[in-house]
Design a protein. Sequence first.
Length: 178
Amino acid sequence: MFLNFRNLLLRWKSEENGLAAVEAALIFPIMLVLLVGVFDAGNAILADQKAIRSSQVVADLVARQGIINNADIAEAIEAGKLAFEPLDSSSYGVDIVSIRFDENANSEIVWRETVNMTPVSDPLGSVTALEQADEGVVMVSVVYDYEPLFAGFVMSAFGIEETAFSRGRNSPVVTRVP
């Protein structure tokens, strides 16, 4: 009896038929997690790039005109939202600030439009390096909440915020009319 059991163990030890299946069963979950993680990381990078593009599009559209009205601002905001396609843009928010610098390069806010986000707390502090006498700048901040598709059980949604600056093309300061 003991000899039969010993022979069985020796045969089992030298057998290699199921070894590949066991190795695959051990490695597959790790490889699957890595694949899904790379997919989510790639989508997060894509969302960040789209936030950058969105802020630049809105800043460019606003800075094209010397005088802008509410309809033009709404179109620029919608264009920024469309820059997120094919991602879900329901969490898209934008803060547009037109800033003027006086003859002493002191900054003041001319107008501001904020949609679906908390306004940037210190826009004037963000433009100190851009201050030039009798000039202006348009500052556009975009926020987007990215929620990982597969890694949602590991981490929750996180915010992406990007800011673009643009000088007025047709006039130093972009003013707003109703």
